[in-house]
Ligand binder design. Structure first.
Ligand code: NAD
Length: 340
């Protein structure tokens, strides 16, 4: 069992404070859609927590923030158990770490899925919030937030107001039950316009597109959600029994044919050099995209390799998120009145 007493006295107070702060900041971010610190500040605390735990593995309890997918289920919504679990992503902050991750994934894939073609699916990391759409016989029957990864919040009525999301899939070949995962976001331009209108009306502006999207989706009144310029791009698939595709990129093409909104920015490449080039290109143009991004997500494209590499309690081993360095640190967020 985890024992914090294993920590040297000098670290114990720091560790306990980190756990408490990370929990508090996560609650404000996920449950109240109202961050108390910037993402960059949060990431520093979280990385320090991981660092201390890596040095002293005996202290890691199952409810440490590093073992959990952040976010609880608010009592304002009905709980929904996802058919298949939703995960977070492992963050890295340097190109060297991306390369190290890819080398390790490649080595493990060669052992655990020998002969399977290794390719990298590069995607932009959309700064919004995750959604899980359950389609039964092609019909949207439920939409839920990620929550703690096992149980999310039922936001079906709100999701039905988002025009990007089809209520009925088109085409054919959908499994009897399929979970489509993606990111709900507010496009940068729509966000600027929405804020300008708030300013004109003498109302408090929204702090950033991510929290605005989360706050807009998690409204109690769907009519309120309908007024917000929400969009969605698919970036994954959960339960999918009977689906014939063998790679994630091929699956995106299938989903596109069913009328689902798939990101136009993804690219499949063969080498790490090409992955790094993708990171650099998008870093240089990050503000020219339709939406805000906070990094790049790299995935192994083959489902066989994904299955072989598997998951930790919190993240897939077949994917990594590279975070761009912060452009500015908004400590003043504390002073902004966030209205969602
Ligand atoms: P994450 O946001 O780093 O990564 C996981 C999520 O990325 C997925 O759930 C998915 O919704 C999303 N995503 C976007 N594009 C994707 C793509 N192409 N493929 C797959 N997934 C994609 O992890 P997290 O656990 O949700 O949260 C950590 C993030 O939240 C960090 O960036 C952290 O800074 C921020 N955060 C900030 C505060 C704060 O107080 N400011 C508090 C908690 C968390």
């Amino acid at each position: 069992p985890a024992d914090i007493g294993l920590l040297p006295e000098s670290l114990r107070t720091e560790y306990e404070k980190l756990v408490e702060d990370v929990r508090r900041y996560r609650f404000a971010y996920y449950n109240e859609d109202n961050p108390l610190v910037s993402d960059a500040e949060f990431d520093v605390l979280y990385s320090r927590l991981e660092e201390i735990e890596a040095l002293h593995p005996g202290i890691v309890s199952h409810d440490s923030p590093t073992q959990e997918v952040g976010g609880e289920v608010s009592a304002a919504f009905s709980p929904v158990t996802h058919l298949s679990r939703m995960y977070s992503l492992e963050d890295v902050f340097s190109l060297e770490e991306v390369t190290a991750w890819a080398d390790k994934a490649a080595a493990n894939a060669a052992i655990q899925a020998p002969g399977e073609r290794l390719r990298w699916l590069c995607e932009v990391k959309i700064d919004g919030l995750a959604i899980n759409l359950l389609y039964r016989n092609g019909k949207l029957v439920r939409a839920a937030t990620r929550g703690d990864g096992t149980t999310g919040e039922d936001v079906t009525h709100n999701v039905l107001t988002i025009k990007d999301i089809p209520v009925q899939l088109s085409g054919s070949g959908w499994p009897a039950e399929v979970e489509i995962r993606g990111e709900i976001f507010i496009p940068s331009q729509a966000f600027a316009e929405f804020n300008a209108a708030l300013l004109e009306a003498g109302k408090a502006q929204l702090a950033n597109p991510r929290n605005a999207a989360a706050g807009s989706l998690r409204q109690k009144d769907p009519a309120e959600t309908a007024k917000r310029p929400l969009r969605m791009f698919v970036h994954g698939i959960g339960a999918r029994e009977g689906l014939a595709s063998t790679t994630q990129s091929e699956t995106y093409e299938l989903l596109r044919s069913w009328g689902l909104p798939v990101s136009p920015y993804s690219r499949v490449v063969d080498s790490i050099e090409q992955v790094l080039a993708y990171i650099e290109e998008n870093g240089a143009h990050r503000h020219d995209l339709l939406h805000e991004i906070d990094g790049i997500v790299v995935k192994t494209d083959s489902f066989e390799i994904q299955r072989a590499l598997g998951f930790t309690s919190r993240v897939p081993r077949w994917s990594v998120a590279y975070k761009y360095p912060p452009e500015e640190v908004h400590t003043e967020l504390l002073d902004i009145q966030v209205q969602v």
